[in-house]
Design a protein around this ligand. Structure first.
Ligand SMILES: Cc1ncc(COP(=O)(O)OP(=O)(O)O)c(N)n1
Ligand SMILES: Cc1ncsc1CCOP(=O)(O)O
Ligand SMILES: [Mg+2]
Length: 371
């Protein structure tokens, strides 16, 4: 009887404790076995993660192109999962099956599910690349290539999600400095807000960074988009969904170079020429206003409801009417053609931001509920 074991002594109950001839694994074979187990586990991990992403692309987004890319990657991973690697599996002897982190048991949103699984796939592919070098150099190379393809998939998918949510968003809250900043924003998010801009023109950078981080986290939990006003560096530092720029801020070309194609760039416009230029520059959305004069933007002349009507007829990208809009006049702005509005005071100074959010949204949703 030849029994393989990891150590050199072996007690076999079937022979009543009589030590039988054991042919131990050589050290080289033992190491090989461990490498095979690592490869087996990580091939599984990468494939499972890809399947989770694929399900969202297919059923959540109905996106054939993204689904196909997941499937292709999954099949490429499966190609490397040979019977010899599968044979090395030892689930009962794997101490890792019991280990979970509390964060794995709870996810705040689809975005968190996707991000956690992208991390999982990328880690698994990195492991396959390193340990694959001990197995098959071609596998190591293929794993590296797949990891870069997964980064691209992640960037495309996250960009797609952002754009979809932007198009669906009808109400945009632009913040102003407030002692109750986080509470007010959270109340609006509870009311259904899906788009937030952090705007503070006076705070110093350390406070801006701290507040932007907290707001980004809050938006993440509620599945809302988080945009930073004026500052591309701050947007990148907190991994925001995008930036909002004015006509006097950094150029769109430079901002796009810094932010890439998957993050959002919004631009303020006050007239037809600025709107046409913004569209030509491929911004993702524009602000249209100020519709009314407003103390939030002192000294800026109103563009009026005429400009709102022009936007309704001529703007091919999402646009948000902004400036002096509140619960009393929102229907005039809607009647002029607006489907989306941005507000500061109406929500930041509201006693009940959740209710005001719900009311503004209910008015905007009256027009085309399917947006
Ligand atoms: C949605 C939206 N529209 C317009 C503005 C104004 O931007 P800008 O002209 O750069 O002025 P500041 O906000 O920087 O004072 C905006 N912030 N958001
Ligand atoms: C930032 C900005 N840009 C054009 S109007 C405006 C401020 C809008 O603030 P409010 O909603 O309080 O009138
Ligand atoms: Mg600005």
């Amino acid at each position: 009887m030849v029994t393989r074991t990891y150590d050199n002594s072996h007690f076999d109950e079937s022979t009543n404790g009589v030590v039988v001839m054991v042919e131990p694994y050589s050290q080289k074979e033992q190491v090989q076995q461990v490498v095979y187990r690592i490869l087996d586990a990580n091939l599984d991990r990468a494939r499972e993660g890809l399947r989770i992403i694929e399900e969202w692309c297919r059923f959540g987004l109905n996106n054939a192109q993204l689904s196909l890319e997941c499937k292709r990657l999954r099949q490429e991973v499966a190609k490397w999962h040979t019977p010899e690697l599968r044979a090395a599996r030892d689930t009962p002897g794997d101490p890792g099956t019991e280990l979970t982190h509390p964060q794995e048991e709870e996810r705040a949103s689809i975005k968190s599910v996707l991000q956690a699984n992208f991390c999982r796939i990328e880690e698994a592919l990195r492991v396959l690349e390193e340990y694959g070098k001990l197995y098959h150099p071609t596998m190591a190379k293929a794993s590296k290539q797949m990891r870069y393809q997964v980064y691209t998939l992640e960037s495309n998918l996250m960009g797609h999600q952002r754009h979809q949510l932007l198009w669906r968003s009808r109400l945009y809250l632009v913040t102003s400095p407030s002692d109750t900043l986080l509470n007010t924003v959270e109340a609006a998010l509870k009311g259904g807000l899906t788009l937030l801009q952090y705007r503070d023109k006076t705070a110093d950078d350390s406070l801006r960074l701290e507040q932007a981080r907290k707001l980004r986290q809050l938006c993440h939990i509620y599945g809302a988009l988080f945009i930073v006003n004026d500052r591309v560096d701050l947007a990148l530092a907190v991994d925001a969904d995008g930036v909002h720029l004015g006509q006097q801020d950094m150029s769109i070309t430079v901002a796009r170079q810094l932010l890439g194609s998957q993050r959002l760039i919004g631009l303020s416009t006050t007239n037809q020429e600025e709107m046409q230029r913004a569209i030509a520059e491929n911004v993702d959305y524009i602000g249209v206003g100020p519709v009314y004069e407003t103390p939030t933007k002192v000294g800026k002349a109103a563009a009026g409801l005429e400009y709102v009507s022009y936007a309704a007829k001529n703007c091919s990208i999402p646009w948000f009417a902004i400036g002096g809009i509140d619960a009393n006049n929102i229907n005039d702005v809607i009647d002029a053609g607006a489907e989306r509005v941005a507000v500061v005071r109406s929500l930041m100074q509201a006693e009940q931001p959740t209710l005001v959010t719900q009311y503004l949204l209910s008015q905007l949703n009256r027009i085309k509920p399917e947006l």
